[in-house]
Design a protein around this ligand. Structure first.
Ligand SMILES: *[C@@H]1O[C@H](CO)[C@@H](O)[C@H](O)[C@H]1NC(C)=O
Length: 170
């Protein structure tokens, strides 16, 4: 009986430790600009099948190097950049593969590696943090993504990202 109680106690302590692990939280506005004169998103391959709305096609590959700011204005303080690729699927979804590189603060120079599926019509989408570098080497976590604004003529968009990263215990 005593050993049973002891193992219950041990189990609940372990669970408490696991649950108490706090993620590092970042909140960013991501500015995706396709329009001239200073695009941060460039379509490098145009797919053959136009989507029912917007300027994109199934099969498009987009290279992005987007500023991440603390507020919704483009002139808000720059916190980092999102660098990588978007590929456009047939069903108004985008497959993302990108790194966030932090350019200021405590984590300056560290990166967060993200991939995931963006079902663009949903109010909130979830992407996966699959790793990182520097402070986030072997990290895990997730991103909650919302559309803040979008121009369906030229594709320019502003996204709101809540990034939750659990640094690995190395
Ligand atoms: C971030 O790190 C880079 C490279 O070490 C450095 O040049 C830059 O000044 C740093 N930025 C801030 C805001 O600390």
């Amino acid at each position: 009986m005593a050993s049973y109680l002891l193992s219950l106690l041990f189990l609940s302590l372990t669970l408490t430790l696991v649950i108490a692990e706090k993620p590092v939280h970042f909140h960013f506005y991501q500015h995706k600009t396709f329009s001239a004169p200073n695009p941060s998103d460039v379509r490098v391959a145009k797919g053959p099948i136009p989507l029912p709305v917007g300027p994109f096609s199934f099969g498009d590959i987009i290279v992005l190097d987007d500023p991440l700011t603390s507020g919704p204005e483009a002139t808000s303080p720059l916190l980092g950049r999102a660098q990588g690729l978007d590929s456009v699927m047939n069903s108004l979804t985008v497959t993302w593969v990108f790194n966030i590189v932090l350019t200021c603060g405590e984590y300056n120079g560290s990166t967060i590696a993200i991939m995931g599926r963006d079902d663009i019509l949903l109010p909130v989408r979830e992407l996966s943090v699959v790793g990182g570098s520097g402070a986030f080497r072997m990290a895990r976590g997730y991103v909650l993504l919302k559309t803040y604004s979008v121009d369906i003529i030229n594709g320019d968009a502003e996204l709101e990202l809540d990034v939750y990263v659990y640094p690995a215990k190395l």
